[in-house]
Structures are given as C-alpha cells and as structure tokens.
Design a protein around this ligand. Structure first.
Ligand code: FES
Length: 123
C-alpha cells in the first residue's frame, strides 16, 4: 500500500464532517487508484479519465484484503467501477455496491478538490 498522507495524530480527523487532505490532485493518475489513510481508515481513491474523483473503503469484503486501490478501473453500463485484483468482483465507484451481488457493498466517502488538494471526509 502507498500511504500518500497520514492524518494528524491529534485525533480530530474523525470529527463529523471534517475534510482530510490526502494528496494533490496531480498525484492521482487517471484510472489508477491510491490507498490513503484517513484517521485509522484505509480509503481507496480513484481519478477516472473524465477527471472525476471517487473514494471507497480499501477493504475487499470477498478476499478480506485491503486491495481495492489496486483494482482495475472500468465501467459497467456507463458507470465507473473497480474490479478487485483478488477475485475480480466489481464494485461501483459511485455507490460501492458489488455489481453482480448487490447484497455486498463497500463504504463510499465524500471526496473533493480544494486548491489542487484532494480531500476525503470519512464523517
Ligand atoms: S462482481 Fe461477482 S460477486 Fe460481485
């Protein structure tokens, strides 16, 4: 895992609605995920070819490994997805729901860019 940034160790990062800077926008290569640590949580952040950003839990519930940031970005029905590098299950980048098994989902997090810096809120 590549940890691009670590939240300040003062514990305030988990406060409701707080935005945590994780990396600069240009650090994110299109269609390549990156794993970042927000508080104690591993988050997989993605930038798609159209420039949009998505943040999902990095934990793959099927394999039990923190690997979604290393998954293959694609689309299903026009919506962006990531396929786990372990067992290839596909998750929507928008909703976190597993495409072929809607009973399974990973958490999604608000993500935005402020002055060129990507920020994630784990709320
Ligand atoms: S994509 Fe196969 S179980 Fe979700």
């Amino acid at each position: 895992m590549t940890i691009l940034d670590e939240t300040a160790a003062n514990g305030t990062a988990t406060r409701t609605g707080r935005w945590t800077p994780v990396c600069s926008y240009t650090d994110l290569l299109p269609e390549r995920g990156a794993a970042v640590l927000v508080g104690a949580r591993q988050v997989a952040v993605f930038r798609t070819f159209d420039g949009a950003l998505y943040a999902l839990g990095n934990f793959d519930p099927f394999s039990g490994a923190y690997v979604l940031s290393r998954g293959i970005v694609g689309t299903r029905g026009g919506a962006p997805t990531v396929a786990s590098p372990m067992h290839k299950q596909v998750f929507s980048l928008v909703t976190g729901v597993c495409v072929d098994d809607p009973g399974v989902a990973v958490p999604t997090y608000p993500i935005r860019v402020t002055d060129g810096t990507v920020e994630v809120s784990v709320v």
